[in-house]
Design a protein around this ligand. Structure first.
Ligand code: ADP
Ligand code: ZN
Ligand code: ZN
Length: 742
């Protein structure tokens, strides 16, 4: 038998955990020691026994074979969730480039002993038949908020006050009279921190259609034969993906296994959560960014103890300490939010694949607009591809899409932001009392102040960007938050002729008001959703018919179902097309498809008007015809030609420093060091050049790109750069290097 060695991390609470130690696996333990095992090892000069986590197994030890020590024993006989996560952290560190501490912080929640919070609870005092009457009365009188309250009480006699206010959007004006009448009480109670306390309701099972059933059957067949793979469900908006997910989850938990469901934070609305909760009851928990560190820790604790089987949440839910993990589901798999923006810059899809393989779990990805990465793998046969081509609800059809050419409109003298087709359709909808969504597909849409005399725009002194005008009173930097009052004269030349240029959501709201004076308008953007629950509040108000038109950024295209929305207008599709990175077309296609998916969710037919200056661009034409494969083909031609992902792997090396000189010499030294290595391996290098925003918060940034088809070659070069920079503190002391693979 060949010798096997275990790569072991000694003490995870120690600051310097950035290295592993190799130990021989004795023959008597060869069956038991695996990645994730907690083992006992003799350590240091005195050979004191220490505990260590096995993060890898290898036939080649990184140490003199004659001096290498042996593992003394195993601490626990089964691999725990925690030790698995620790080896996952090691993988994150190696794969994405970070310290072990950063990786550990990513996978293990902060342990904070917080005493249980005192919570306020709403308790229903009505008997079931009284409650039913109250519900009917609220419906008859059209008391929408009260109806929601009683409906929730139908499912659980207690509702946390915080959920009632923040997620169900019930105001004290609604609650007070109900409390005063003695129908419900407001109590204080010490509770275990559980973000959802509603009981399982009698879930309405839908009968799956043929396409849905095909997926469930195929998954079931594989699962029962212990075949684990990755499945990609490409299903148009409203095709019933969520129903399929719930069916798959059901199968997996029936086998005693556990499930992680990733949903982008922005789509994690009360409605979505309630669907899962209605079906699986208290076996479900959620985490989201609104939870405190203590609440988050408690949820992970419940998962570890086996109190729950299903965890729903954004990216970080991936690290739920389930020891019997059977399935990971990633909804809206294409979402940018699945990529971590802090070190380690991991992608949830890749980590999910790794974790699934470590625990013999399946992975299911779903999207109406799959990422090019996932679709490429599906076409290569690495993932099993399934299609859902129709809207699932009876009588619900895909919307009709119209493209309006803004160049033509301008030529014909239309200087408003509304093309004639959009304006006509809006008038029609307003007359029919149907609802409209107006969509601006870019956040922080140019809204800067510049001088008509000297032409200077007012810029942030700490960042390389213009300041954005808010409420006509203050100028704010969207990168660092620097805020100044709106000046009366140009800071450069003193001219009083300074003015606001570009169109922001507020400006669009004003223009819409002017064009449609009698319409009731709601606006949803960073300003109006800043306060807690603001997002949910606006969506709820709109879904209850409190406005005719909802104006917003990408926030409005996710989550909620709006049965009465029959028209979606995309005001300027080009805004997301011409961005400084290579994903502009992909993002545009996704946003247009999602926006189109908002129209006509119910039986009323829906229209979508896409306004654009480039009506012939393939991202626009294929989105208009809802033809994902055609978009994929065209976009891949571009990616192959430019050697962009997924045709190639792109390693982005970012240098940053407060000291511009140090930055320049360090980035150039790395480029000079890399050039011969890159030439030898046929790696293409670009740069170093200034980042698209060169200075943020007084820190300068430069970027060096490396492209190659082979991930491992880029990892090797990265490790060499790390070695180089460690040996040259004179060059790199003031400079931070960060890596990002895509
Ligand atoms: P997606 O997740 O693909 O957007 P959903 O699962 O939310 O789609 O389904 C869209 C709507 O269609 C929901 O209201 C859902 O209840 C309904 N639905 C899904 N599957 C079926 C089905 N087989 N029969 C009837 N209605 C269905
Ligand atoms: Zn000026
Ligand atoms: Zn700034």
């Amino acid at each position: 038998m060949t010798e096997q060695y275990a790569r072991i991390i000694i003490d995870i609470s120690h600051e310097k955990v950035d290295r592993t130690f190799d130990y021989r696996i004795p023959e008597r333990l060869s069956e038991e020691v695996s990645v994730g095992s907690l083992v006992l090892i003799p350590f240091g000069k005195g050979n004191a026994m220490r505990k260590g986590y096995v993060v890898g197994i290898t036939p080649h030890a990184d140490y003199d074979k004659d001096k290498i020590k042996e593992i003394a024993g195993i601490v626990t006989d089964s691999v725990t969730a925690e030790s698995l996560l620790i080896s996952l952290a090691w993988w994150l560190k190696e794969q994405y480039g970070s310290t072990m501490n950063q990786a550990l912080k990513t996978v293990l929640p902060v342990k904070q002993k917080i005493k249980p919070k005192e919570k306020k609870i709403l308790r229903c005092l009505l008997k079931p038949e009284e409650l039913k009457k109250a519900l009917e009365e609220a419906e008859r009188k059209n008391y929408k908020a009260r109806f929601r309250l009683f409906q929730a009480f139908m499912e659980s006699p207690m509702i946390p006050y915080e959920i009632a206010v923040n997620q169900m959007n019930l105001s004290s004006a609604t609650l007070k009279p109900v409390i005063e009448k003695g129908l419900i009480t407001l109590e204080s109670e010490e509770v275990y921190r559980n973000p959802i306390t509603l009981k399982k309701s009698h879930a309405q099972h839908v009968l799956l259609n043929q396409e849905q059933q095909t997926i469930v059957d195929a998954f079931q067949r594989d699962y029962s034969e212990n075949i684990r793979k990755t499945y990609l469900i490409h299903g148009v908006t409203g095709s019933g993906k969520t129903e399929v997910y719930m069916e798959l989850i059901d199968r997996v938990i029936q086998e005693g296994k556990q499930v992680i469901v990733l949903i982008p934070e922005i789509a994690l609305t009360y409605q979505t959560v309630m669907r899962f909760y209605g079906r699986f009851g208290s076996r479900v928990s959620i985490i989201n960014s609104r939870l405190s560190a203590g609440e988050r820790y408690d949820q992970f604790e419940r998962a570890r103890n086996g109190d729950i089987d299903i965890m729903i949440g954004p990216r970080s839910a991936l690290f739920t300490p389930f020891s019997r993990l059977g399935l990971i589901l990633i909804d809206e798999e294409h979402e940018g939010a699945y990529k971590s923006e802090v070190v380690p810059r991991y992608h949830a899809r890749e980590v999910a694949e790794k974790r699934a393989s470590m625990q013999n779990a399946s992975l299911v990805l779903g999207s109406a607009t799959p990422s090019l990465e996932a679709y490429t793998k599906a076409l290569r046969g690495e993932y099993s591809l399934f299609l859902l081509t129709e809207r699932a609800k009876k009588d619900s059809r895909m919307a009709n899409v119209w493209v309006a050419d803004l160049r033509q409109e301008l030529k014909e003298g239309n200087k408003t932001i509304f093309s004639r087709p959009l304006k006509e359709k809006m008038e029609e909808r307003l007359a029919k009392k149907e609802q409209i969504m107006l969509f601006i597909n870019r956040r922080g849409y140019a809204n800067f102040v510049s001088c008509r005399s000297c032409g200077d725009a007012i810029r942030c002194p700490h960042c390389d960007v213009t300041l954005t005008l808010h409420n006509n009173r203050s100028l704010v930097c969207h990168y660092c938050g620097h805020t100044i009052p709106m000046p009366n004269e140009c800071p450069s030349c003193g001219s009083p002729y300074i003015a606001n240029f570009g169109v922001g959501t507020q400006k669009i709201e004003q223009m819409t008001k002017k064009m449609f004076p009698s319409a009731r308008i709601l606006r949803m953007d960073l300003d109006t959703t800043k306060k807690k629950g603001g997002h949910e509040e606006i969506l709820t108000a709109f879904s209850e018919g409190e406005a005719d038109i909802l104006i917003g950024t990408q926030m409005i295209v996710k989550g909620h179902d709006f049965p009465n929305v029959t028209l979606v207008g995309v005001l300027a599709a080009d805004l997301s097309l011409y961005t400084p990175d290579y994903r502009g077309a992909e993002r545009t296609f996704q946003l247009l498809t999602q926006a189109a998916g908002r129209a006509g969710r119910d039986e009323k037919p829906g229209d979508v008007v896409i306004q654009t200056y480039s009506p012939e661009h393939y991202a626009i034409t294929t989105a208009a015809s809802q033809d994902y494969p055609a978009f994929y083909e065209q976009e891949m031609v571009f990616r192959r030609m430019m050697k962009y992902p997924p045709a190639n792997v792109l390693l982005t090396i970012q240098f940053s420093s407060k000291n511009e000189e140090a930055l320049i010499s360090a980035s150039e030294a790395v480029a000079a060091y890399v050039t011969p290595l890159a030439e030898k391996e046929m790696v293409q290098t670009i740069g170093p050049s200034e980042a698209s925003v060169y200075k943020i918060n007084d820190i300068y940034r430069k970027i060096l790109y490396l492209k190659h088809v082979n991930y491992d070659i880029l990892i090797k070069i990265r490790d060499q750069i790390d070695g180089f920079s460690e040996n040259r503190p004179d060059l790199f002391d003031l400079v931070l290097i960060q890596y990002d693979f895509s």
